[in-house]
Design a protein around this ligand. Structure first.
Ligand code: SAH
Ligand code: SF4
Length: 424
């Protein structure tokens, strides 16, 4: 979502006549779009500000520094005090970035962490020049209040963008070069138009957008996995066979303490239904090790859940206490060495399963969407339907959709042989 927000902020500033640059020394403005989800991400902002301070900027003028995103939202004035940046703008207020930059240029205070009722999306300029795999935010915020998580506080309450606005933006993305769209939301499968239509209805509408070959969505909560969405995986060809469904932990006691509102068994049965609808579905998840009070036996339940599911890929994190969340003040915080050791064991299991999933894909023929050049001459890198990175060699181009036979698997990627350029 931060990638999406970053693109939208770049488009906003482009509408003001600014041009994006990769060279900080040529910049008049540097926008740091920040993440607050774990302490490490938050601390990185301050070291990045220090780094940006040292760049020369355009014509020897130090660039203006804007801090956007969830750290801006959570820390507000504190960033101005601690790091003397010029602009602070929260994730629900970034449509005001041009105004804030103009105010800062006049030496005025430029801080906006409002969460207005009217959504920012209506105030953003049209999409242009997008990559073949584009992002589209359809839902923001969270009402779940997992006890470890800052998202409900930094991104605010759950809101869904209107159906028509999303379809229009999808069409604009396709016109600008997208062939695959990933629908985004903190709880994307909670998307609803308030009139009984859910994410699956949106997916079925997007399936009819000419030129859009692939649809994905992330991140989903187990409790919002409606039967309609499961059915869409059975029926809608452009909906890719991939589901990122975080579970966080395998022990019911820990899940309860996390306020996840689902059980281990409920999650596993849901995956059974998903596999019944779409037998080749690739599964992905998020895990937290070392939640306060997690015992070795409870952690072992996370490992056994991983064994039971066989994830195609996954993200795993050490629990990070976030100020203001209920879990941060629980006693029994797990010792750092214990967390390190558990994370290593979990990641070893997840890597084993990812390698096994990739190895089992060898021999499959599938479509690969080329996203970028590879490191070697003539080499290209794309994505399989199951979100695997696939290397191919040949006279291809970014945005090509190729029919590819997967011939060799590594732990993190595969090699493919191109059969043909696939029809649109
Ligand atoms: N809404 C999504 C997740 C959004 S946050 C969901 O509930 O699935 C992305 C991931 O960051 C979470 O799934 C969780 O695994 C991790 N995370 C969130 N807060 C964390 C914390 N305090 N410490 C460690 N990991 C955390
Ligand atoms: Fe955070 Fe996801 Fe839980 Fe919401 S559902 S509180 S975003 S982990």
């Amino acid at each position: 979502m931060n990638v999406y927000d970053g693109e939208r902020m770049a488009e906003l500033m482009a509408a003001e006549g600014m041009v994006a640059t990769d060279d900080a020394n040529a910049a008049d403005l540097v926008v740091l779009n920040t993440c607050h989800i774990r302490e490490k991400a938050t601390e990185k902002v301050y070291s990045d500000i220090g780094r940006v301070r040292k760049v020369a900027g355009a014509e020897g003028r130090a660039p203006m520094i804007a801090v956007a995103g969830c750290v801006a939202q959570a820390e507000g004035e504190e960033i101005v005090r601690r790091a003397k940046v010029d602009v602070v703008v929260g994730p629900q207020a970034y449509h005001n970035l041009p105004k804030l930059v103009a105010a800062a240029a006049k030496g005025e205070a430029a801080l906006d962490t409002d969460m207005p009722l009217a959504s920012k999306f209506g105030a953003l300029p049209a999409r242009r020049n997008v990559a073949p795999g584009a992002f589209l935010t359809v839902q923001e915020g969270c009402d779940k209040f997992c006890t470890y998580c800052v998202v409900p506080y930094t991104r605010g309450a759950e809101i869904s963008r209107p159906f028509a606005a999303i379809v229009d933006e999808a069409k604009a993305l396709v016109d600008a070069g997208a062939r695959e769209i990933t629908l985004l939301g903190q709880n994307v499968n909670a998307w609803s138009d308030g009139d009984g239509r859910g994410l699956h209805d949106l997916i079925r509408a997007l399936d009819r957008v000419p030129g859009l070959a692939r649809i994905r969505y992330t991140t989903s909560h187990p409790n919002d996995m409606a039967q309609g969405l499961i059915d869409a995986h059975r029926d809608v060809e452009s909906l890719m066979p991939f589901l990122h469904l975080p579970v966080q932990a395998g022990s019911d006691r820990v899940l309860r303490a996390m306020n996840r509102q689902h059980t281990r068994n409920g999650y596993l049965r849901l995956l059974d239904r998903m596999r019944a609808a779409r037998p080749d579905i690739a599964l992905s998840g998020d895990f937290i090790v070392g939640f306060p009070g997690e015992t070795e036996a409870e952690f072992a339940e996370t490992l056994s859940l991983v064994d039971a599911v066989g994830y195609a890929q996954a993200y795993s994190f050490k629990y990070s206490p976030r100020p203001g969340t209920p879990a941060a003040t629980l006693g029994e915080q797990v010792a750092a060495e214990v967390m390190d050791e558990r994370l290593q064991r979990l990641q070893a299991a997840l890597q084993r399963d990812q390698a096994a999933f990739n190895a089992a894909s060898v021999g499959r023929t599938c479509r690969v969407l080329i996203e970028r050049k590879g490191k070697r001459d003539g080499q290209w890198l794309g994505k399989s339907p199951w979100l695997q990175s696939v290397h191919v060699v040949g006279p291809h181009a970014i945005g090509d959709m190729l029919d590819v036979t997967l011939v060799e698997a590594g732990p993190l990627s595969l090699t493919g042989e191109v059969r043909a350029l696939a029809a649109a």
